[in-house]
Ligand binder design. Structure first.
Ligand code: HPA
Ligand SMILES: [Zn+2]
Length: 326
């Protein structure tokens, strides 16, 4: 791995904590909780990770998350990810969690939130990794379900900085969640949304105009609308791009086809992220490595991407400076 990638201080802004569940931990937790997995070995799990699109991934991702049962499980999951951050010079991370994946199978919101946030606190104290937590609504479920989840989160607002929107994009436009996001902003949450991963540029416009998001997660289909590219550049709306995810989910055929470098050269505030590192073959530095090789990124490009990650983070200017210097 290039030493610049290894040593550059970086922020990660698009990581689903349930997507950092490595096959080994899936086995350990299944055993600990007396859950039977449909796989006989770690190798069998890895062999199953061949995806044709977002939905084929989500089916396995939601199935895998069933092994998470206790506060300790959520702590262990989050702690393992934070140790990766420390090892990869990720100084700040803004992690997503999907409470509905867990509350819909009977786990209390509190168990999920307490386990994750206890690990985040330990990460600040013991690993020097700064962090924020973002609650994502599952867009394949109803707006009423999302509103009820938002209400469950209100007592935890001191530990949750914002809300986002993930899961199956096609057929579930941002407009479906306008009232939920209106309420979330009124309650003081910051907002982000997945848009333009598989969905059309119109979904990115809706996320910006109707949900009033601060960042777009993925956003790579913006290139199909030149006026949208201009808008994203002019307003410096960050895109949290996830290269290995995009290739694994067939958004691009190969890494050489990825449009990240084009977007960066057009002056957009592009950032690099891992999305679901246990499923897509790498954490943040492996994503940097893959694009450096396939897209011939220069050291100046890599430095710009790392700088963008701090600019796009939900941090004060002073904290951005402090953490970026590392
Ligand atoms: O890349 C993603 N897109 C939508 N939902 C998700 N949930 C986990 N990862 C993703
Ligand atoms: Zn994502």
């Amino acid at each position: 791995m290039s030493s610049l990638i290894q040593t550059l201080p970086k922020a990660e802004l698009h990581i689903h904590i349930e997507g950092s569940l490595e096959p080994e931990m899936m086995f350990t937790l299944a055993q600990r909780n007396g859950i039977e997995l449909p796989y006989a070995s770690v190798a069998e799990i890895q062999a199953a990770y061949q995806f044709e699109n977002l939905q084929s991934f989500l089916d396995l991702y939601y199935a895998g998350a069933q092994v998470l049962q206790t506060e300790q499980d959520f702590y262990d999951l989050t702690w393992a990810y934070l140790q990766k951050c420390a090892a990869q010079t990720v100084r700040h991370t803004e992690i997503f969690f999907d409470p509905q994946t867990h509350t819909d199978r009977g786990l209390p919101f509190e168990i999920v939130c307490n386990g994750i946030t206890a690990a985040l606190q330990a990460g600040r104290e013991q690993l020097n990794v700064s962090s924020h937590l973002i609650l994502c609504f599952l867009r394949h479920l109803s707006a009423d379900d999302a509103m009820a989840t938002l209400e469950q989160a209100l007592p935890y607002q001191d530990r949750i900085i914002g809300v986002g929107l993930d899961s199956s994009e096609l057929g579930h436009p941002p407009s479906k969640f306008q009232a939920v996001f209106d309420r979330a902003r009124a309650e003081g949450f910051l907002t982000v949304a997945h848009a333009g991963e598989e969905g059309p540029p119109e979904y990115i416009w809706e996320a910006l105009k109707l949900l009033k998001v601060s960042r777009i997660d993925h956003g790579v289909r913006c290139v199909e609308d030149p006026a949208l590219v201009d808008y994203l550049g002019e307003h410096q709306i960050p895109l949290t791009v996830c290269p290995l995810s995009n290739v694994k989910l067939c958004v691009f055929d190969t890494m050489a086809d990825h449009n990240l470098k084009t977007l960066l050269d057009q002056g957009l505030c592009v950032t690099v992220n891992s999305d679901d590192p246990a499923y897509f073959g790498g954490y943040l530095n492996e994503n940097f490595e893959a694009i450096q090789t396939a897209l011939a990124l220069t050291d100046a490009d890599l430095t710009q991407l790392a700088q963008n990650s701090f600019r796009a983070a939900f941090l004060s200017a002073a904290d951005q400076q402090r953490l970026a210097i590392g």
